[in-house]
Design a protein around this ligand. Structure first.
Ligand SMILES: CC(C)(COP(=O)(O)OP(=O)(O)OC[C@H]1O[C@@H](n2cnc3c(N)ncnc32)[C@H](O)[C@@H]1OP(=O)(O)O)[C@@H](O)C(=O)NCCC(=O)NCCS
Length: 209
């Protein structure tokens, strides 16, 4: 069936800007429907902050002066399990989001591909934890399982793999999953650190006393 160009606003026009500088992000506006993780104003501020942090990277998809999609990479928060990594080589893919009218056109994949093409994460492990409470089930009409599988395929297409873990937030919900991309030049000590953090054998909140 012929494509209706009105339904494809993004094709050919949207630019991807890997690891954009914070000033660039601040100068653009954020699409009002990029609101899955936070209200757009707060998310815009958060992206500027991440891009300006020493270890942060925010890749943008822009349509003119509007950010219509992004992926944010950063060191994990210290209170998180992955934040206990002491090698400095474990990163987190904190969020990927594409505005609803721009979805289904390969934009999320382009954002991730362009980021990894920079080589910035070649010696890093990037962890992506899938939590069903972040899934956009209302707009997609998908089940949490189907959504998890969609994200898994998306991440696998750019080199992520599924890993088991005893992290209770992930292990306790089958709709959640842990993926990680091990960069081709990742040092052994970073791999060992990630392995140790995947299974810490701590009790979950349901543990017996
Ligand atoms: C997940 C999300 C980033 C995907 O963005 P996108 O630009 O539409 O993704 P792409 O077009 O690159 O498609 C990626 C894959 O998902 C599939 N897909 C996308 N939307 C889909 C839908 N509604 N139903 C089924 N499959 C879908 C695509 O077919 C593609 O898979 P394929 O290569 O096997 O065909 C977007 O839906 C979104 O912003 N969701 C809300 C936030 C979120 O869930 N972020 C991820 C957790 S941090």
């Amino acid at each position: 069936m012929a494509e209706d160009p009105d339904r494809l606003p993004a094709r050919g026009r949207v630019k991807v800007e890997p690891c954009a500088p914070p000033e660039r992000i601040a100068a653009l506006s954020l699409h009002p429907e990029l609101n899955i993780f936070r209200p757009p104003k707060r998310q815009h501020e958060a992206l500027v902050k991440i891009a300006g942090s020493e270890d942060g990277c925010v890749t943008l998809a822009t349509d003119g002066e509007v950010i219509v999609g992004y992926a944010a990479f950063h060191r994990p928060d210290p209170f998180e399990r992955w934040g206990r990594d002491e090698t400095g080589g474990v990163y987190e893919l904190g969020a990927v989001e594409v505005a609803p009218e721009y979805r289904g056109q390969g934009l999320a994949r382009r954002i991730l591909e362009e980021t990894f093409k920079t080589g910035r994460f070649d010696d890093k492990i990037v962890v992506a934890a899938l939590y069903y409470w972040h899934y956009d089930l209302d707009r997609t009409g998908l089940s949490a399982f189907a959504y998890r599988d969609l994200l898994t395929r998306l991440y696998q297409s750019v080199g992520f793999e599924l890993f088991p873990t005893d992290d209770p937030d992930i292990f306790a919900h089958v709709e959640n999953a842990l993926l990680a991309r091990i960069g081709p030049q990742t040092p052994e000590e970073v791999k060992r650190s990630f392995e140790a953090l995947r299974f810490t054998h701590e009790e979950g909140p349901w543990g017996c006393l």
